[in-house]
Each structure stands twice: as C-alpha cells, then as structure tokens.
Design a protein around this ligand. Structure first.
Ligand code: SF4
Length: 280
C-alpha cells in the first residue's frame, strides 16, 4: 500500500486552487487566439482582445482571472493501493481549499444554507466526486466553477425516441436561452445517459476535457462538431455582443442507461474556463 501524507494533499489542493484561478490553460489561450482570427464582429473581436489581455494580467500579477472565483469542484480518482496518512482524504481536500482561497485572496463564494445565505467564509464545502480505480496513484481534477454559467445549465429526461436530433435541438435551445448570461464564448458539456444525477455529473466531467479534443467514438465526435457548428450560427458572440464565436467547443460524455429513459444534461462553462489536474 503506497502512503501519501495528508499535508501533501493539502498543499497540492491549495496550489491547484490558486493556479486555476490565476492562469488559463494553454488550450484556452490557443482557443482564444483562434476565436480572434475567426470572429468577424468588431464588438466580438474587441471582447476577445480584452479577455486575452485580462488573462495575461492575471497570470503575470497573480490575481484572479474573474471576480467570481467559483465553487471548488473536484473529480478524485483514488487508487485501490493508496492510503492517505495523517488524516482523511476528504479533510485534506477541504483544508487545501480553505488555504488556497484564503492565502490566494480568492473570493469566498459558498453560503452555508441555500436559503438563509450566510457565507461559510472559506469557500468550503467543495463538491467532490470520488472514484475508486486500480493502482497506487491519486489523481485530482479541480475546477473553479463560476455561478453565472452554472445558472444557465439544464438537465432533462427525454423519452428514448428523442434520439440524436432531439438532443441537438435541446442543447441549442439551452444555449440560445442563455444568451450572453454565461459570459461566452462558452464550453458546452453534454452528459447523455446514466440516470437523472449521473447525466449532470457526466456533463460536468466533460468540461474538464481540453478544448479541441474529440470523443473517442466517431458517432459522438461528429455530434460534438455538429452541435458546435450550429451553436456558432446563433450569433450570440463573445459576451453576447454578437458574432460568430459563441462556443469554443462541445464535449459529450456518455454512459449506459435504462431502456425507458434518455437522460441529458447540459453544463455550461464560461470563458473563464479554469481547471487543473495533478497526480500524486
Ligand atoms: S460566468 Fe464566468 S466569466 Fe462570467 S462572472 Fe461568472 S465566473 Fe466570471
């Protein structure tokens, strides 16, 4: 059994929270530059230039890319032959978030109760999805998920007859209705299958894929491209100011489901697409 000290996890999570909030990934920089070349609307171009400039300032000055530093969302793959010593894995992630958001001067965005709205003061609790996998590694995926784009996300249970075309229509409706609210250009995560809650988790996980990556199954890869093309014809454009670039990409994740159901969730990610990954 491989041992990983509790403090190593705390320190790693702390650094992940800060890095994700200060630095866009290389795929996002590339996507923004491509978008700038493709965008025809002057307002859209101006917005994209400002997004790039803002990202560069954040990276250089170690300040957050956006004032909304997000809910801390984790997908954690725990190897069956790994053990955290000195404390629990869950506590270590909580402590890392606490430290990362405190020491990194990141806005604390969590309220203790959804209706009474008192801020927890340290951005905990994070939302953690654990998965047990073979091996002796611990893989942590972290995203700082902003509220504006999350609010535009929708899940629906279709009858199986809705099929591919029904899902494409649904995604387009969700994106059109969202308009400029989720701070486009967006990334669209689509979860298909599982059940009610799994479709939403799949949609969230889809957002962690690099921009430009395609689903390994050619059927879904083609569907991703078809939805992306249609979304970019909607004319919403960067920050809803009009233009050709409404979405950077569409990522679909799927899993088996009940014979009577076709669960579909659309999770929208804004242009402040902040996620990082570490393996211990
Ligand atoms: S939707 Fe994204 S870019 Fe817009 S305010 Fe929220 S975190 Fe910031």
């Amino acid at each position: 059994m491989r041992e990983i000290p509790y403090e190593t996890v705390v320190e790693t999570v702390k650094q992940m929270c800060m890095e994700a909030n200060y630095e866009m990934g290389p795929d996002m920089y590339a996507a923004l530059r491509t978008a700038l070349e493709r965008e025809e609307s002057p307002q859209g171009k101006a917005v994209l230039e400002q997004i790039i400039e803002n990202a560069e300032i954040a990276k250089t000055e170690r300040v957050p890319i956006c004032q909304d530093t997000g809910v801390a969302v984790f997908f954690v793959e725990v190897g069956e032959d790994v053990k955290i010593v000195g404390g629990s894995l869950k506590d270590a992630i909580y402590e890392g978030v606490r430290k990362g958001y405190q020491e990194g001067y990141l806005r604390k965005s969590m309220v203790q109760d959804p209706l009474r709205r008192v801020n927890t003061g340290d951005n905990t609790p994070p939302i953690i999805h654990f998965d047990l996998v073979p091996g002796d590694k611990l893989r942590l995926l972290f995203a700082a998920k902003g509220g504006g784009s999350e609010n535009m996300s929708v899940a629906r249970l279709f009858a199986p007859a809705a099929g591919k075309e029904g899902i494409k229509k649904f995604v387009l409706e969700v994106v059109e209705k969202a308009g400029g609210n989720p701070c486009p250009p967006i990334v669209i995560g689509v979860g298909i299958g599982g059940n009610f809650e799994m479709s939403a988790i799949l949609a969230k996980k889809a957002l962690f894929r690099p921009i430009g990556s395609r689903h390994p199954d050619p059927f879904y890869a083609q569907m991703e491209e078809e939805i992306l093309e249609e979304v970019n014809k909607l004319g919403i454009g960067p920050m809803g100011m009009g233009g050709r670039v409404t979405a950077f990409d569409v990522h679909i994740e799927v899993m088996p489901c009940h014979i009577a159901s076709l669960p579909v969730a659309v999770n929208i990610q804004c242009h402040a697409n902040r996620h990082v990954e570490r393996e211990l």
